[in-house]
Design a protein around this ligand. Structure first.
Ligand code: SAM
Length: 453
């Protein structure tokens, strides 16, 4: 499919390269990369690191991730490398001396949210929002697997959040866009592109920025990104923001052949272009709202659960609290626990880590507890091989005789879920809606796993 001439010539004008060179660059295959959850597994040796992301790695081939139990256990996230540049913007411009309150406004499926939460100082909070409900469910699944308790997943229109009493130190707007950066891997993106759509996207992005601006605290940082190349959706929107409000554009000092830095109307922009990078196309620009504001902290009185049957499952959690939400015990932090009423108005899907519920004399641990980075290592555990783990993840079944009671099932040490042995059989508690639905027999063996690299 033909790449629109307008896109080619805009990139050529930006870089000084010829149209033919730019067109040829769109033919090159994109590379594959993953970001490791260093709270669950060690950083791999022998893989090429993504230069701008400490936990990002390139893979030589694109494997079948679905056959890797570690992927389902939240040990890593498959994310294209250009997007990982967000790390530099956060590390260079967001203070990590104190806990902060962060918002990921356009968050599904969760690439940026899983990254942001791994970078925030301890006791910080991330609110991840996705306006489209079905996509919010996927976001919730991915963040649950990633395993952090200091997060809330909400499903609101940006205007609604913009009208709340929250004040964020960091807002990430990874805006819906015309998707020129996806042309290399998606013919659909080429098919859907038009100049009118670029204009529609630019207008929608302005609306999103205007809606959310009131809840960025003075002194706070807004990081704006798109996966498109044109000026209209990128620099022009940032220029518009600068004309409307007192902002300082932030320079990111990171030199690399893959990245083109531009300065237009005192706005710094960072582009990953097809002629320079094998990752997808990406644009990022960061601004600080001028002024000085105070970080919000949750200091109101909260009712915590004094003794929870979930506590035996948990590592030390000094900065966290357990609260009771209609019989479900949640692990979260003070800020989120104190702001439950505000969060309720933002249509939350999940706040903190659901730990489980009490039924009669039994405590039924929640799946999110298995995925939690606070799950204690010493719990009774069953280590599965890859076939057993895939049976558990696809059929929800596990054979074998184990001592009666609850067990964590693991692959390569990473927890996948819970089973309860009742003597003659094992009851499994892996959520049906998370089960692998593809026919695994169609994939060639040996199956890929990060653990085997
Ligand atoms: N940040 C995500 C990640 O890294 O995985 C990708 C986000 S994607 C580029 C943009 C998201 O914005 C989509 O999930 C889309 O549903 C959402 N969106 C669409 N229209 C929106 C609107 N009017 N306001 C806010 N978000 C919107």
């Amino acid at each position: 499919m033909q790449i629109p001439e307008k896109v080619i010539s805009e990139i050529a004008a930006l870089t000084g390269e010829g149209n033919a060179e730019v067109r040829a660059a769109f033919e090159r295959k994109t590379n594959t990369s993953i970001r490791i959850n260093s709270q669950k597994v060690q950083l791999p040796e022998g893989l090429q690191q993504v230069p701008w992301c400490k936990t990002g790695y390139f893979l030589e081939e694109r494997p079948t991730f679905v056959t890797d139990p570690l992927f389902h256990g939240g040990a890593y996230y498959v994310q294209e490398s250009s997007s990982m540049f967000l790390e530099q913007a956060i590390k260079q411009h967001v203070s990590t001396d104190e806990p902060i309150l962060a918002l990921d406004l356009c968050a599904a499926p969760g690439g940026k949210s899983t990254h942001i939460i791994s970078l925030l100082p301890e006791d910080s909070v991330l609110i991840s929002n996705e306006v489209i409900r079905t996509r919010a469910n996927i976001l919730s699944e991915n963040l649950t697997k990633w395993g952090y308790p200091n997060q809330a997943i909400v499903n609101s229109d940006p205007k609604f959040i913009g009208n709340s009493e929250l004040q964020f130190d960091l807002i990430v707007v990874d805006a819906p866009c015309s998707g020129e950066g996806l042309f290399r891997r998606s013919p659909e993106a080429i098919h859907e592109w038009s100049e009118e759509n670029v204009e529609l996207c630019a207008a929608r992005q302005k609306r999103i920025l205007a809606d959310i601006w009131p809840v960025l605290k003075p002194g706070g940082v807004l990081i704006y990104s798109t996966c498109t190349f044109n000026h209209l959706e990128n620099e022009q929107n940032m220029t518009w923001l600068k004309e409307q409000h007192d902002v300082e554009s932030l320079r990111i000092s990171f030199q690399h052949d893959s990245i083109l830095e531009t300065e237009t109307n005192d706005i710094f922009g960072y582009r990953f272009l097809p002629t320079r990078s094998l990752g997808e196309g990406f644009f990022l620009s960061a601004v600080r709202k001028t002024g000085i504001g105070k970080t919000q902290t949750g200091k109101s009185r909260i009712r915590t659960v004094k003794s929870s049957p979930a506590s035996v499952y948990l590592k030390a959690t000094e900065n966290l609290v357990i609260i009771d939400q209609n019989g479900q015990h949640l692990l979260t932090n003070e800020f989120l626990a104190s702001n439950m009423e505000t969060l309720k108005r933002l249509r939350p899907l999940q706040v903190g880590t659901p730990l489980g519920t009490t039924k009669g004399h039994d405590f039924i641990p929640a799946q999110a507890l298995a995925n939690s980075i606070y799950l204690r290592d010493g719990m009774p555990s069953i280590e599965l091989d890859q076939d057993e783990a895939l049976n558990f993840l696809s059929l929800g079944s596990l054979s074998g005789n184990y001592p009666k009671g609850w067990h964590v099932v693991r692959f390569n040490g990473v927890a996948l879920g819970f089973i309860k042995s009742v003597g003659n059989r094992n009851n499994t508690y892996f959520p049906k809606e998370w089960r692998i639905r593809t026919d695994l027999a169609k994939y060639p063996r040996p199956f890929f796993s990060l653990g085997n690299l």
